[in-house]
Design a protein around this ligand. Structure first.
Ligand code: BDR
Ligand code: CA
Length: 310
């Protein structure tokens, strides 16, 4: 079986951390590198968290390149209210002993795309700032991107405003550029990620399985309680891991092609993904959008893979 080469662009973040672990545990994909971006927390914190998570699972060989510290045009909005002050509140997170890659995220992505012998799949699970900069600075490399499978947006309601999902809201100009790029995009939005949850029962199943399992259980202790308190959810959506899972198991999330436009205004719908579900605009689809998910299968597969880590 040939493995799909991927780069994860992330802002860990509880669900980002679990997405990294899922990718590292999965033979269907080859995680060739990680880039970080400001989003859930400032980029120094998200980079530290990415390094720490990879070290915890023994993957210090994986390069982590530091990305953008601010959105393209707007002030940075972070999500301490979701992920805590560190971006990864809950379990003890050891200070990483490794350092970020010498290249910044955009230069690192450009280098990987230019030198890899296969086109690369990008999995952005934070604001799209790095990816937009890459596309703008290196249009000649766009053809080296096999596809983008991103976590962001929503056909329905938002989570940071009634209209907008966090990743797109933080940098709508970047999202607009990416959605207009002509790249093959799959959008894994809240419509499906809100149905991809892990509960405290799942945490108890994972806790005794090893270091990785205990760490994810610690993440879930914080994340599940937070989602219960803020949104009344039974279980926490593991948003970003669903984007990775949808690539690993292509029949897990049903996607449909729609025209998607980003609201880059400053009004109450700023950062909204306007998904033309009923084809009323006559625009050609520019993304495949997740519309349903097998929630139980997701939880089962995710648990199995995390437990398989040491
Ligand atoms: C997205 O925002 C972040 O809080 C999560 O990591 C996820 O990528 C969900 O809206
Ligand atoms: Ca994220």
């Amino acid at each position: 079986m040939s493995r799909i080469p991927i780069v994860i662009d992330c802002d860990p973040g509880h669900d980002d951390a679990i997405a990294l672990m899922l990718a590292a545990a999965s033979p269907e994909v080859e995680l060739v590198g990680v880039t970080t971006v400001a989003g859930n927390a400032t980029v120094d914190k998200t980079t530290r968290n990415a390094l720490a998570v990879l070290e915890l699972i023994g993957r210090t060989d994986l390069p982590v390149a530091t990305g953008s510290d601010v959105p393209l045009e707007r002030d940075l909005v972070t999500a301490e209210y979701v992920h805590g002050a560190t971006g990864l509140d809950g379990p003890e997170v050891s200070e990483p002993t490794t350092r970020p890659h010498e290249l910044g995220a955009v230069a690192f992505l450009a280098q990987i795309l230019a030198t890899s012998d296969q086109p690369m799949t990008l999995i952005p699970v934070g604001p799209l700032t790095n990816i937009a900069k890459l596309v703008a600075a290196h249009p000649e490399l766009v053809k080296r991107i096999e596809r983008i499978v991103l976590m962001g947006g929503s056909i329905g309601l938002g989570n940071i405003t009634p209209a907008a999902e966090f990743n797109i809201y933080v940098d709508p100009e970047a999202a607009d550029l990416v959605f207009r790029s002509g790249i093959d995009i799959t959008m894994i939005g809240l419509d499906v990620t809100h149905r991809a949850r892990l509960t405290s029962d799942h945490a108890e199943q994972l806790r005794p399985t090893g270091r990785a399992g205990a760490f994810v259980a610690g993440l879930l202790d914080f994340f599940v309680a937070n989602y219960q308190r803020r949104m009344g959810f039974d279980g926490a959506p593991i948003h970003d891991a669903l984007a990775v899972a949808s690539l690993i198991w292509p029949d897990l999330v049903k996607t449909e092609p729609f025209a998607v436009e980003i609201d880059t205004t400053d009004g109450p719908s700023a950062g909204r993904t306007l998904v033309d579900r009923y084809h009323v605009t006559g625009r050609e689809p520019n993304a495949r959008v997740g519309t349903s998910v097998d929630s139980e299968r997701f939880a089962g597969l995710l648990l199995e893979r995390i437990a398989s880590l040491d």
